[in-house]
Unconditional design. Structure first.
Length: 261
């Protein structure tokens, strides 16, 4: 049953995004075409205009992604569609899991489209060599390659997105447990979750750095390799724990009852 729920959720979440994705890529292609002839002043100006439109399209894709994920969650569980949703012969666990997995899938589809659009605009052998040199310069003191650094950043971003989705879903469930100003209270719960967990992550990084003898390197003008490793480890563990913990908190709160509009 889960795959059918996900299919329906994905269809609803992607309803607008399937139109924004090709627009973003098409604008990137047009921008690249004009960049090829940037020695002509008119084409250079037109290319700059289309570059601005492409960046706006990418921002629009990313913003609308999160908006539609949260809208789908609240509409399905607390608005008019909720009466159909809650009468389905499906466990509440599967309802939440479907929204969570579908949301992750949509987020990463949007990220891929965004990076593809930027890649179309900027790719060239010279640009890639310059990017590699810049990355190698950043991680020179950390004892790792540029590729390893990028892989770690991707892992951290993935786990942070998972935790943000968990925060947001839990905040919506908490917000709708009230009778008045549900949207505002849900937003305040999200801020509470986000800043509390950020503080916990920061304190944990300081404690781990102090225990391992890298505290001075954490606050130096250029972070030491040991301190950087402490931060990476703490971020990976913290975001993973937050994502899992708030997922189950959301499940627990959701099972306590639904206060629909």
């Amino acid at each position: 049953m889960l795959k059918y729920l996900m299919k329906y959720d994905l269809k609803k979440m992607l309803k607008l995004l399937v139109w924004l994705y090709p627009v973003s890529i098409a604008l990137a292609v047009i921008t690249r075409i004009f960049y090829v002839w940037d020695d002509i002043q008119l084409f250079k100006i037109i290319g700059a205009v289309f570059a601005g439109l492409t960046y706006s399209a990418i921002a629009n894709v990313l913003v609308n992604t999160f908006v539609h994920i949260l809208k789908r969650f609240s509409t399905s569980f607390y608005k008019d569609q909720s009466y159909l949703t809650h009468t389905l012969p499906v466990k509440k666990d599967e309802l939440i899991l479907s929204k969570y997995l579908s949301g992750l899938a949509v987020v990463f589809a949007s990220i891929i489209v965004s990076f593809l659009s930027l890649f179309i605009i900027f790719y060239s052998p010279e640009f890639m060599r310059g990017l590699k040199l810049a990355l190698d310069g950043v991680v020179a003191g950390f004892g790792m390659s540029g590729g390893s650094f990028v892989a770690l950043m991707i892992l951290i971003i993935f786990l942070e997105i998972c935790s943000l989705i968990s925060f947001a879903f839990t905040a919506i469930v908490k917000g709708y447990s009230y009778n008045h100003k549900r949207g505002l209270k849900g937003f305040l719960w999200f801020l509470c979750f986000y800043f509390s967990c950020s503080v916990i992550t920061l304190i944990s990084a300081v404690i781990v750095a102090a225990i391992t003898g890298n505290l001075s390197g954490l606050f130096a003008n250029k972070m030491s390799g040991g301190a950087f490793l402490c931060v990476i480890i703490v971020c990976v563990i913290s975001y993973f724990c937050f994502a899992v913990a708030f997922y189950f908190i959301c499940q627990k709160e959701f099972k306590m009852g639904v206060n629909v509009d």
